[in-house]
Design a protein around this ligand. Structure first.
Ligand code: ADP
Length: 387
């Protein structure tokens, strides 16, 4: 009997997932299938593909169907797994707070503690905790593991960890996010002695400074709102603006939350879309400004990370935008060309693994991320005796 594990990466409106067979031999895991579960009311359903990308199964929920798409996914998945027994499920959990800085089995009061962190990631935390509850009801025998996006940044030095405010509480400090993505990419690129900045550019975006393979600074902070401009999030913003909107413009905290998390960033500036592909193909001035601002912000933060590292040997792009948009990579790199970055545009157009000129001192790379693979690896490390 072979065992299988499932990695779930739940966002606010979709869940990426991947199932792996547990092998006795190195590397210990082989991909069985991966897919996307869409939770938008209008298009709820799922797609499952095999290890080489061939569609294995696809289903749309009937309109008005109140069943959680997660519960309808399980039987389909079991059909694909065949005789492989699903033994454990790992979840990407956005915020681990002060208590959780390494993967952990979800038992006792863990879920309750994670729920309590919702104010620090109001869109993401409920979304990534919801599938845990569905699975606890549907498959109580499954071991469920929480893998934290904040964990990779746990050893940031105080100079970058501390917020420049008086002591309020121990748990109020800079955490950083996208840790599973940064950890995966760091393992792919090797050469930990190189001073490296990883730019994860997707709907959520952040950059991370790696010294000896470890995160020493990152652009997100206590919450996933800080730093780069994102699809619908503002990124760093004058804190005085928040006071002004609350005190003088009469915004409620809910309105402020909606403004900062859902209505700002690319969609706020363009007034058109939060999707980079749409904006790159649009010709109106506001869409152009949104793209320019996105690139300018990303370039600024890459330079900030280079300051943390005392220089830069390598820049790595990842995430949906970072992996696929040669135009965005080119615009960002142009803005930091003074650091010594020069792109080989043909390689950039092809999204090759190395896109800098051969003699350029700073190597620029494109590395596809795989948060699900990282989650699976953590399950394997945490539960060797069960698998
Ligand atoms: P998430 O943060 O939700 O995981 P992704 O990493 O999948 O998001 O990134 C989604 C973003 O990637 C969208 O803005 C999408 O337009 C962008 N994207 C995907 N493919 C391309 C492409 N070929 N060119 C430009 N942008 C792209």
């Amino acid at each position: 009997m072979t065992k299988a594990i499932l990695a779930l990466n739940a966002g606010s409106s979709s869940i990426k997932f991947a199932a792996y067979r547990v092998d006795r031999e190195y590397p210990g895991l082989s991909l069985i299938c991966r897919g996307l579960l869409d939770r938008h009311a209008s298009s709820a359903g799922f797609t499952i593909k095999d290890a080489v990308g061939k569609i294995l199964d696809q289903a749309q929920s009937a309109s008005g169907d109140q069943t959680d798409p997660m519960s309808s996914l399980l039987p389909q998945l079991q059909r694909i797994l065949g005789k492989d027994v699903l033994t454990a499920v790992g979840h990407r959990i956005v915020h681990g707070g002060a208590r959780f800085s390494a993967p952990i089995l979800i038992q006792g009061d863990v879920l309750q503690q994670l729920d309590a962190l919702t104010p620090l990631a109001p869109l993401h935390q409920p979304a990534c905790l919801a599938p845990i509850r569905v699975l606890q009801r549907a498959r109580p025998e499954l071991a469920q593991v929480a893998c934290f996006d904040t964990a990779f940044h746990r050893d940031m030095p105080s100079v970058y960890k501390r917020l420049p405010i008086p002591d309020i509480r121990d748990d109020i400090h800079r955490y950083g996010f996208h840790g599973l993505s940064f950890e995966y990419v760091a393992a792919q690129i090797g050469d930990p002695q190189k001073r490296t900045v990883i730019a994860h550019l997707g709907n959520g975006s952040s950059v991370c400074a790696l010294q000896n393979g470890r995160s020493i600074n990152t652009s997100m902070s206590l919450t996933p709102l800080d730093g780069l401009m994102m699809a619908t999030r503002s990124g760093a913003i004058d804190p005085g603006l928040l006071l002004y909107l609350l005190e003088s413009k009469g915004l409620s905290t809910q309105e402020l939350k909606d403004l900062l998390y859902r209505e700002s960033g690319l969609v706020g500036v363009s007034g058109v879309s939060s999707d980079m592909r749409t904006l790159l193909s649009a010709s109106d001035q506001r869409s152009r400004l949104a793209v320019d601002q996105f690139c300018a912000r990303a370039a600024e933060y890459i330079a900030v990370m280079a300051v943390s590292l005392g220089g830069l040997d390598r820049l790595v792009f990842t995430g949906g935008i970072g992996e696929n948009s040669s135009q965005v990579r080119s615009e960002i790199c142009y803005r930091i060309r003074w650091l010594g970055i020069e792109l080989e545009e043909i390689e950039n157009e092809r999204s090759s693994s190395t896109i800098s000129r051969p003699r350029c001192q700073i190597k620029v790379q494109v590395v596809p991320t795989d948060e699900e693979a990282m989650i699976a690896k953590h399950i394997l490390l945490l539960l060797p005796s069960r698998l």
